[in-house]
Design a protein around this ligand. Structure first.
Ligand SMILES: *Cc1c(COP(=O)(O)O)cnc(C)c1O
Length: 369
C-alpha cells in the first residue's frame, strides 16, 4: 500500500518552470520583479490594496505586530486552539498573549468569551480561522470597535475561505498568511501580510529589510532596528504559479471534506468538522473529533501501522510550557482543551481518492466501534 501523507503539496510542471525561470533570471535587480509580482497577484486574489511578502508566516505576523506598534506592556488576544506561532509572535514584541476559548460549534475563538480576555492593556485581537473555517467576524469586529482594538487576522490556514461571502483576510487592519509546505498555497516556506493601509504596508516593507530609511535608495541608512525577513525570488515565482491553480486546490479540499462526511456521518462516536451557515471553509486539514482521548490516540496508531499519516489537533496553547502560567487553563479553556485531546487532522491532499478516504475511514471505524 502506498503511504498517505497528511498533506502532499500540489506541484506541477508550470511550478517547476516558474522556479527554473527564477533561478535563471531572478538575480540582482531581477529578483525584485518576482517578489513584486507575487505581492500584486496575492493582494488582488485576497482583495486588499497591498501585500508584503516575507520568509514565513511567523515573520509575517511579527512584522504586522511591530508595524501596529505593539510592544512591552501590551496584550493581544489569541485563541487557545491554534498553532504556537500566534502566541510566540506576541512574546517576540515583548507583549503578552491573553487567551480565549474556542466556540463549541466551530472551534475558532468564541466571541461571547472575548470580552473576558480584554483589559486596559489589550491592543489587538488576533482571530485565527482555524483549520480553514472562518471566525464569526461580525461579532469580533463589533467588540474590536467598542474597545478600540486592532484586528490582526491570521489566515495561515484559510486562503480563500469566505465569511458571509466575503474573503477572510479583508476584515483585519492586517491579515497574515503562511505558505509552508502543507498550507493551501505553498512556496516551501513563505509568508504574506496584507493590508489596505499604505503606511502599514510601507512600515512592514521597511521592517522586513532591517528598518531601512528608504525603499528606493540602497544607501545603508536605517531609521529603526528591523529584521531580515525577506522572501526569495524562488519562493515568489512558485507563489505566483501556485496562485493560478488555487481554485482547483480549494475545490478538491472541499470534495475531500464531502468524502469524509459521506463515510463517517453516521458514526455517533465521531464528530465531523464543523461548517456554519455563514461559512465557506477551505478545509485546510480535514479534522474530526473522536469520543475520547485514548481512542483518538489508538486511531492515530492504527493509521500509522497502515502507512497513513495523521496529526493530533493543536494542544491548547495555554497548556504549553512557555505559557503555562495561565493556571486555570483546563477549566477556562475547556472547549479548546477537549478539541486538542480528541481531534485528529486526517490526510487532506489534492491527490487523495475516494478509495483512499474509504480505507482511512474503515480503519478509524474499526478502532472506535
Ligand atoms: C502555519 C501557521 C502559522 C505559521 O506559519 P509559518 O509559515 O509556519 O511560520 C501561523 N499561524 C497559523 C494559524 C498557522 O497554521
Amino acid at each position: 500500500m502506498k503511504p498517505i501523507y497528511v498533506i502532499k503539496p500540489f506541484i506541477d510542471e508550470s511550478d517547476v518552470r516558474a522556479v527554473t525561470d527564477a533561478a535563471r533570471n531572478g538575480w540582482g535587480g531581477g529578483a525584485r520583479k518576482y517578489i513584486k509580482q507575487f505581492e500584486e497577484d496575492f493582494a488582488k486574489y485576497i482583495g486588499t490594496k497591498y501585500a508584503v511578502a516575507s520568509m514565513n508566516g511567523t515573520a509575517a505576523l511579527h512584522l504586522a505586530l511591530v508595524a501596529l506598534g505593539i510592544g512591552k506592556g501590551d496584550e493581544v488576544v489569541v485563541p487557545s486552539l491554534t498553532y504556537i506561532s500566534c502566541a510566540n509572535v506576541v512574546r517576540y514584541t515583548g507583549a503578552e498573549p491573553s487567551f480565549v476559548d474556542s466556540h463549541p460549534d466551530y472551534w475558532c475563538m468564541d466571541p461571547e468569551k472575548l470580552e473576558e480576555s480584554i483589559n486596559k492593556k489589550t491592543k489587538a485581537i488576533m482571530p485565527v480561522h482555524v483549520y480553514g473555517h472562518p471566525c464569526d467576524m461580525d461579532k469580533i469586529m463589533k467588540i474590536a470597535k467598542e474597545h478600540d482594538l486592532y484586528i490582526l487576522e491570521d489566515c495561515a490556514e484559510s486562503h480563500g475561505a469566505t465569511y458571509k461571502g466575503r474573503m477572510t483576510g479583508t476584515f483585519g487592519d492586517i491579515s497574515c498568511y503562511s505558505f509552508f509546505g502543507n498550507k493551501v498555497l505553498t512556496t516551501g516556506e513563505g509568508g504574506m501580510s496584507n493590508t489596505n493601509d499604505e503606511k502599514l504596508c510601507e512600515d512592514m516593507m521597511k521592517l522586513r529589510t532591517h528598518g531601512v530609511s528608504s525603499l528606493t535608495k540602497s544607501n545603508y541608512e536605517f531609521d529603526r532596528v528591523g529584521y531580515n525577513y525577506r522572501m526569495t525570488n524562488f519562493q515568489a515565482a512558485l507563489g505566483s504559479s501556485q496562485l493560478r491553480k488555487i481554485g482547483k486546490v480549494i475545490a478538491k479540499r472541499r470534495k475531500v471534506a464531502q468524502m469524509y462526511k459521506k463515510h463517517l456521518k453516521d458514526n455517533e462516536k465521531i464528530t465531523l468538522m464543523p461548517k456554519m451557515k455563514w461559512a465557506n471553509p477551505v478545509y485546510w486539514l480535514y479534522t474530526i473529533l473522536v469520543d475520547h482521548n485514548e481512542n483518538r490516540n489508538r486511531v492515530m496508531e492504527e493509521l500509522k501501522k497502515n502507512g497513513i499519516d495523521s496529526r493530533p489537533a493543536f494542544p491548547s496553547i495555554p497548556l504549553q510550557k512557555p505559557y503555562i502560567n495561565h493556571k486555570k487553563y483546563v477549566d477556562t479553556y475547556r472547549i479548546a482543551y477537549d478539541i486538542g485531546r480528541k481531534g485528529i487532522n486526517l490526510p487532506s491532499s489534492y491527490n487523495l481518492t475516494d478509495a483512499d478516504v474509504g480505507r482511512i475511514c474503515n480503519i478509524i471505524e474499526s478502532v472506535v466501534n
